[in-house]
Ligand binder design. Structure first.
Ligand code: CO8
Length: 300
Protein backbone atom coordinates (compact mmCIF):
# COMPACT_ATOMS: atom_id res chain seq x y z
CA UNK A 1 0.00 0.00 0.00
CA UNK A 2 1.28 3.45 -0.88
CA UNK A 3 1.13 6.06 1.88
CA UNK A 4 -1.28 8.92 1.16
CA UNK A 5 0.05 11.21 -1.52
CA UNK A 6 2.57 8.73 -2.94
CA UNK A 7 2.05 8.10 -6.59
CA UNK A 8 1.11 4.46 -6.97
CA UNK A 9 3.41 4.23 -9.95
CA UNK A 10 4.64 0.78 -9.13
CA UNK A 11 1.09 -0.52 -9.37
CA UNK A 12 0.44 0.64 -12.93
CA UNK A 13 0.89 -1.65 -15.92
CA UNK A 14 3.63 -0.55 -18.30
CA UNK A 15 1.44 1.04 -20.95
CA UNK A 16 4.18 0.80 -23.57
CA UNK A 17 4.45 -2.93 -23.35
CA UNK A 18 2.63 -4.20 -26.42
CA UNK A 19 1.86 -7.52 -24.79
CA UNK A 20 -0.04 -5.83 -21.98
CA UNK A 21 -1.65 -3.06 -23.99
CA UNK A 22 -5.18 -2.92 -22.62
CA UNK A 23 -7.32 -2.77 -25.75
CA UNK A 24 -6.94 -1.93 -29.41
CA UNK A 25 -7.83 1.54 -30.56
CA UNK A 26 -11.47 1.92 -31.64
CA UNK A 27 -10.07 2.61 -35.10
CA UNK A 28 -8.27 -0.72 -35.19
CA UNK A 29 -10.18 -3.23 -37.38
CA UNK A 30 -10.88 -6.41 -35.38
CA UNK A 31 -8.51 -9.28 -35.95
CA UNK A 32 -5.57 -7.21 -37.20
CA UNK A 33 -2.33 -7.25 -35.17
CA UNK A 34 -1.69 -4.18 -33.05
CA UNK A 35 0.51 -1.52 -34.59
CA UNK A 36 3.63 -0.77 -32.51
CA UNK A 37 2.69 1.62 -29.72
CA UNK A 38 5.19 4.40 -30.21
CA UNK A 39 3.71 7.55 -28.84
CA UNK A 40 1.97 8.48 -25.68
CA UNK A 41 0.20 11.74 -25.05
CA UNK A 42 -1.51 13.01 -21.98
CA UNK A 43 -2.62 16.51 -21.07
CA UNK A 44 0.71 18.12 -20.44
CA UNK A 45 3.42 15.92 -21.89
CA UNK A 46 3.86 14.20 -25.24
CA UNK A 47 6.21 11.24 -25.54
CA UNK A 48 7.33 9.54 -28.68
CA UNK A 49 9.60 6.51 -28.76
CA UNK A 50 11.64 5.49 -31.77
CA UNK A 51 12.02 1.82 -31.09
CA UNK A 52 14.73 1.35 -33.70
CA UNK A 53 17.12 3.78 -32.00
CA UNK A 54 15.78 3.26 -28.46
CA UNK A 55 15.41 7.02 -28.01
CA UNK A 56 12.28 8.71 -26.70
CA UNK A 57 11.42 12.36 -27.19
CA UNK A 58 9.55 13.90 -24.29
CA UNK A 59 7.95 17.28 -24.97
CA UNK A 60 6.41 19.50 -22.32
CA UNK A 61 3.23 20.98 -23.72
CA UNK A 62 1.54 22.89 -20.95
CA UNK A 63 1.16 26.52 -22.05
CA UNK A 64 1.67 29.26 -21.21
CA UNK A 65 4.89 28.38 -19.33
CA UNK A 66 5.07 24.61 -18.60
CA UNK A 67 4.78 25.27 -14.88
CA UNK A 68 5.24 22.13 -12.79
CA UNK A 69 1.80 21.71 -11.28
CA UNK A 70 0.72 18.61 -9.37
CA UNK A 71 -0.91 17.28 -12.53
CA UNK A 72 2.19 18.01 -14.61
CA UNK A 73 4.52 16.38 -12.10
CA UNK A 74 2.30 13.30 -11.89
CA UNK A 75 2.25 12.93 -15.67
CA UNK A 76 6.01 13.50 -15.78
CA UNK A 77 6.74 10.75 -13.24
CA UNK A 78 4.34 8.32 -14.89
CA UNK A 79 5.84 9.01 -18.33
CA UNK A 80 9.35 8.42 -16.97
CA UNK A 81 8.24 5.18 -15.38
CA UNK A 82 6.64 3.96 -18.60
CA UNK A 83 9.86 4.62 -20.51
CA UNK A 84 12.00 3.09 -17.79
CA UNK A 85 9.91 -0.09 -17.90
CA UNK A 86 10.11 -0.36 -21.66
CA UNK A 87 13.08 -2.48 -22.66
CA UNK A 88 13.11 -0.84 -26.08
CA UNK A 89 13.88 2.56 -24.54
CA UNK A 90 17.49 3.41 -23.62
CA UNK A 91 17.47 7.18 -23.65
CA UNK A 92 15.15 10.18 -23.45
CA UNK A 93 15.52 13.71 -24.78
CA UNK A 94 13.52 16.20 -22.73
CA UNK A 95 12.42 19.43 -24.37
CA UNK A 96 9.50 21.84 -24.66
CA UNK A 97 6.77 22.30 -27.22
CA UNK A 98 6.03 25.78 -25.81
CA UNK A 99 7.95 28.49 -27.66
CA UNK A 100 10.65 30.30 -25.65
CA UNK A 101 9.97 28.40 -22.42
CA UNK A 102 11.52 25.14 -21.26
CA UNK A 103 9.73 25.24 -17.90
CA UNK A 104 8.92 28.09 -15.51
CA UNK A 105 9.58 25.82 -12.54
CA UNK A 106 7.20 24.78 -9.81
CA UNK A 107 3.70 26.10 -10.23
CA UNK A 108 3.61 28.86 -7.66
CA UNK A 109 -0.18 28.67 -7.36
CA UNK A 110 0.27 25.15 -5.91
CA UNK A 111 2.17 26.74 -3.03
CA UNK A 112 -0.24 29.60 -2.31
CA UNK A 113 -3.20 29.42 0.05
CA UNK A 114 -3.62 25.64 -0.08
CA UNK A 115 -4.24 23.06 2.65
CA UNK A 116 -1.56 21.05 4.45
CA UNK A 117 -2.87 17.94 2.63
CA UNK A 118 -2.37 19.66 -0.69
CA UNK A 119 1.14 20.85 0.18
CA UNK A 120 2.00 17.27 1.26
CA UNK A 121 0.75 15.76 -2.00
CA UNK A 122 2.40 18.45 -4.10
CA UNK A 123 5.79 18.21 -2.43
CA UNK A 124 5.76 14.41 -2.59
CA UNK A 125 5.13 14.71 -6.33
CA UNK A 126 8.09 17.12 -6.68
CA UNK A 127 10.31 14.65 -4.81
CA UNK A 128 9.01 11.71 -6.86
CA UNK A 129 9.73 13.46 -10.14
CA UNK A 130 13.29 14.28 -9.09
CA UNK A 131 14.00 10.81 -7.65
CA UNK A 132 12.85 9.19 -10.89
CA UNK A 133 14.70 11.55 -13.20
CA UNK A 134 17.94 11.81 -11.24
CA UNK A 135 18.16 8.04 -10.73
CA UNK A 136 17.02 7.07 -14.22
CA UNK A 137 18.83 4.20 -15.89
CA UNK A 138 18.16 5.82 -19.24
CA UNK A 139 20.47 8.38 -20.79
CA UNK A 140 18.74 11.71 -20.19
CA UNK A 141 19.50 14.72 -22.37
CA UNK A 142 17.88 18.11 -21.76
CA UNK A 143 17.38 20.15 -24.92
CA UNK A 144 16.71 23.48 -23.23
CA UNK A 145 14.87 25.53 -25.84
CA UNK A 146 13.75 28.39 -23.64
CA UNK A 147 13.90 29.95 -20.19
CA UNK A 148 14.33 27.55 -17.36
CA UNK A 149 14.10 29.06 -13.87
CA UNK A 150 14.05 27.19 -10.53
CA UNK A 151 12.25 23.83 -10.88
CA UNK A 152 12.76 24.05 -14.65
CA UNK A 153 16.49 24.34 -14.02
CA UNK A 154 16.30 21.38 -11.62
CA UNK A 155 14.82 19.24 -14.41
CA UNK A 156 17.70 20.17 -16.72
CA UNK A 157 20.32 19.72 -13.96
CA UNK A 158 18.98 16.24 -13.24
CA UNK A 159 19.72 15.07 -16.78
CA UNK A 160 23.04 13.57 -17.89
CA UNK A 161 23.70 16.31 -20.44
CA UNK A 162 22.32 19.79 -21.13
CA UNK A 163 22.25 21.52 -24.49
CA UNK A 164 20.77 25.00 -24.58
CA UNK A 165 19.56 27.13 -27.45
CA UNK A 166 22.05 29.91 -28.17
CA UNK A 167 19.75 32.79 -27.30
CA UNK A 168 20.85 35.32 -24.66
CA UNK A 169 17.18 36.03 -23.89
CA UNK A 170 16.84 32.52 -22.47
CA UNK A 171 18.07 32.16 -18.92
CA UNK A 172 18.51 29.32 -16.47
CA UNK A 173 19.24 29.08 -12.76
CA UNK A 174 17.92 28.39 -9.30
CA UNK A 175 16.38 31.80 -8.58
CA UNK A 176 14.45 30.80 -5.44
CA UNK A 177 16.13 33.53 -3.34
CA UNK A 178 14.52 36.12 -5.62
CA UNK A 179 11.12 34.81 -4.56
CA UNK A 180 12.08 35.01 -0.88
CA UNK A 181 12.24 31.22 -0.64
CA UNK A 182 15.10 28.77 -0.22
CA UNK A 183 16.06 26.01 -2.64
CA UNK A 184 15.74 22.66 -0.81
CA UNK A 185 18.96 20.79 0.01
CA UNK A 186 18.48 18.31 -2.84
CA UNK A 187 18.03 21.11 -5.40
CA UNK A 188 21.30 22.52 -4.01
CA UNK A 189 23.05 19.13 -4.06
CA UNK A 190 22.04 18.58 -7.69
CA UNK A 191 23.34 22.06 -8.58
CA UNK A 192 26.64 21.57 -6.71
CA UNK A 193 27.18 18.25 -8.51
CA UNK A 194 26.99 20.07 -11.84
CA UNK A 195 28.80 23.39 -11.27
CA UNK A 196 30.79 22.91 -8.06
CA UNK A 197 30.43 24.47 -4.62
CA UNK A 198 31.65 28.03 -5.20
CA UNK A 199 29.57 28.77 -8.28
CA UNK A 200 26.52 27.13 -6.70
CA UNK A 201 26.94 29.11 -3.47
CA UNK A 202 27.13 32.47 -5.21
CA UNK A 203 24.41 31.71 -7.71
CA UNK A 204 22.02 30.36 -5.05
CA UNK A 205 22.54 33.25 -2.63
CA UNK A 206 21.90 35.77 -5.39
CA UNK A 207 19.07 33.74 -6.93
CA UNK A 208 20.78 34.29 -10.27
CA UNK A 209 19.19 33.54 -13.59
CA UNK A 210 22.05 33.12 -16.04
CA UNK A 211 21.62 34.05 -19.70
CA UNK A 212 22.57 31.15 -21.97
CA UNK A 213 26.17 32.30 -22.75
CA UNK A 214 26.90 32.79 -19.03
CA UNK A 215 25.30 29.43 -18.19
CA UNK A 216 27.77 27.81 -20.60
CA UNK A 217 30.72 29.59 -19.01
CA UNK A 218 29.65 28.39 -15.55
CA UNK A 219 29.21 24.82 -16.73
CA UNK A 220 25.51 24.98 -15.92
CA UNK A 221 24.86 23.79 -19.46
CA UNK A 222 27.29 21.69 -21.49
CA UNK A 223 26.78 23.21 -24.91
CA UNK A 224 25.03 26.04 -26.74
CA UNK A 225 23.80 25.53 -30.27
CA UNK A 226 21.69 27.61 -32.65
CA UNK A 227 18.02 27.07 -31.88
CA UNK A 228 17.31 25.32 -35.20
CA UNK A 229 20.11 22.81 -34.58
CA UNK A 230 19.11 21.92 -31.03
CA UNK A 231 17.26 18.67 -31.69
CA UNK A 232 19.81 17.49 -34.21
CA UNK A 233 22.57 18.07 -31.66
CA UNK A 234 20.58 16.37 -28.89
CA UNK A 235 20.15 13.30 -31.10
CA UNK A 236 23.88 13.26 -31.90
CA UNK A 237 24.85 13.50 -28.23
CA UNK A 238 22.38 10.78 -27.37
CA UNK A 239 23.84 8.48 -30.03
CA UNK A 240 27.31 9.09 -28.59
CA UNK A 241 26.19 8.17 -25.06
CA UNK A 242 24.25 5.13 -26.30
CA UNK A 243 27.33 3.82 -28.07
CA UNK A 244 28.56 2.60 -24.67
CA UNK A 245 27.32 -0.57 -22.98
CA UNK A 246 24.34 0.33 -20.79
CA UNK A 247 25.41 -1.58 -17.69
CA UNK A 248 28.79 0.15 -17.30
CA UNK A 249 27.28 3.58 -17.84
CA UNK A 250 24.38 2.90 -15.48
CA UNK A 251 26.61 1.62 -12.67
CA UNK A 252 28.86 4.66 -13.08
CA UNK A 253 25.87 7.00 -12.94
CA UNK A 254 24.61 5.29 -9.78
CA UNK A 255 28.06 5.59 -8.21
CA UNK A 256 28.14 9.34 -8.96
CA UNK A 257 24.57 10.11 -7.83
CA UNK A 258 23.79 7.64 -5.07
CA UNK A 259 24.86 9.76 -2.10
CA UNK A 260 22.64 12.66 -3.13
CA UNK A 261 19.67 10.38 -3.86
CA UNK A 262 20.12 8.50 -0.58
CA UNK A 263 20.13 11.77 1.34
CA UNK A 264 16.65 12.66 0.19
CA UNK A 265 15.38 9.09 0.54
CA UNK A 266 16.61 9.06 4.16
CA UNK A 267 14.97 12.40 4.94
CA UNK A 268 11.93 12.37 2.68
CA UNK A 269 9.24 12.79 5.34
CA UNK A 270 11.28 15.38 7.21
CA UNK A 271 11.74 17.29 3.94
CA UNK A 272 7.95 17.31 3.40
CA UNK A 273 7.40 18.58 6.94
CA UNK A 274 10.01 21.31 6.42
CA UNK A 275 8.36 22.35 3.17
CA UNK A 276 4.93 22.56 4.82
CA UNK A 277 6.24 24.54 7.79
CA UNK A 278 8.12 26.91 5.50
CA UNK A 279 5.45 27.44 2.88
CA UNK A 280 2.68 27.84 5.49
CA UNK A 281 4.38 30.88 7.07
CA UNK A 282 2.46 34.07 6.42
CA UNK A 283 5.70 35.87 5.47
CA UNK A 284 6.42 33.24 2.77
CA UNK A 285 2.85 33.32 1.50
CA UNK A 286 3.17 37.09 1.24
CA UNK A 287 6.44 36.84 -0.71
CA UNK A 288 4.91 34.34 -3.14
CA UNK A 289 1.78 36.48 -3.66
CA UNK A 290 3.91 39.57 -4.27
CA UNK A 291 6.03 37.67 -6.77
CA UNK A 292 2.96 36.51 -8.69
CA UNK A 293 1.67 40.10 -8.70
CA UNK A 294 5.04 41.28 -10.00
CA UNK A 295 4.81 38.75 -12.86
CA UNK A 296 1.36 40.04 -13.77
CA UNK A 297 2.39 43.72 -13.54
CA UNK A 298 5.46 43.11 -15.67
CA UNK A 299 3.16 41.68 -18.30
CA UNK A 300 0.77 44.68 -18.39
N1 CO8 B 1 3.88 29.26 -11.51
C1 CO8 B 1 2.63 29.68 -11.79
N2 CO8 B 1 2.33 30.57 -12.75
C2 CO8 B 1 3.35 31.07 -13.46
C3 CO8 B 1 4.68 30.70 -13.22
C4 CO8 B 1 4.94 29.75 -12.20
N3 CO8 B 1 6.18 29.31 -11.91
N4 CO8 B 1 5.47 31.37 -14.08
C5 CO8 B 1 4.66 32.14 -14.83
N5 CO8 B 1 3.38 31.96 -14.47
C6 CO8 B 1 2.19 32.57 -15.05
C7 CO8 B 1 2.23 34.10 -15.00
O1 CO8 B 1 1.76 34.58 -13.75
C8 CO8 B 1 1.32 34.44 -16.14
O2 CO8 B 1 -0.03 34.25 -15.71
P1 CO8 B 1 -1.23 35.17 -16.29
O3 CO8 B 1 -1.24 34.90 -17.77
O4 CO8 B 1 -2.43 34.66 -15.58
O5 CO8 B 1 -0.87 36.59 -15.97
C9 CO8 B 1 1.61 33.35 -17.18
O6 CO8 B 1 2.17 32.27 -16.44
C10 CO8 B 1 2.58 33.80 -18.25
O7 CO8 B 1 3.74 34.32 -17.62
P2 CO8 B 1 4.57 35.56 -18.22
O8 CO8 B 1 3.62 36.56 -18.77
O9 CO8 B 1 5.52 36.02 -17.18
O10 CO8 B 1 5.29 34.84 -19.42
P3 CO8 B 1 6.67 35.28 -20.15
O11 CO8 B 1 6.75 34.45 -21.37
O12 CO8 B 1 6.77 36.75 -20.26
O13 CO8 B 1 7.82 34.83 -19.11
C11 CO8 B 1 8.87 33.30 -17.58
C12 CO8 B 1 7.99 33.48 -18.83
C13 CO8 B 1 10.27 33.79 -17.88
C14 CO8 B 1 8.90 31.82 -17.24
C15 CO8 B 1 8.25 34.13 -16.44
O14 CO8 B 1 6.86 33.81 -16.36
C16 CO8 B 1 8.86 33.85 -15.09
O15 CO8 B 1 9.93 34.33 -14.81
N6 CO8 B 1 8.12 33.12 -14.24
C17 CO8 B 1 8.51 32.84 -12.88
C18 CO8 B 1 9.48 31.74 -12.83
C19 CO8 B 1 9.90 31.46 -11.43
O16 CO8 B 1 10.43 32.29 -10.75
N7 CO8 B 1 9.67 30.21 -10.99
C20 CO8 B 1 10.03 29.80 -9.69
C21 CO8 B 1 9.04 28.84 -9.14
S1 CO8 B 1 9.55 28.21 -7.55
C22 CO8 B 1 10.38 26.77 -7.87
O17 CO8 B 1 10.38 26.26 -8.98
C23 CO8 B 1 11.11 26.07 -6.80
C24 CO8 B 1 10.66 26.34 -5.44
C25 CO8 B 1 11.25 25.34 -4.47
C26 CO8 B 1 11.30 25.79 -3.05
C27 CO8 B 1 10.05 25.75 -2.33
C28 CO8 B 1 10.23 26.05 -0.87
C29 CO8 B 1 9.04 26.89 -0.35
Amino acid sequence: LCPPGVLPLCCRPPAWDRATRPSPSPLQPPGLPLAPCRSFTNNKIHVELDESSGVAMMKFKSPPVNSLSLEFLTEFSISLEKLENNRACRGVIITSAVPKIFSSGLDITEMCGKSVEHYTEFWRAVQEMWLRLYSSNMVTVAAVNGSSPAGGCLVALSCDYRIMAENPKFSIGLNEAQLGIVAPFWFKDTFVNVVGHRIAERSLQLGSLHPAPEALKLGLVDELVPEDKLMEKAAAVMAQWLALPDHARQLTKTMMRKAVLDRLLAHREEDIKNFITFVSKESIQKSLRMYMEMLKKRKS
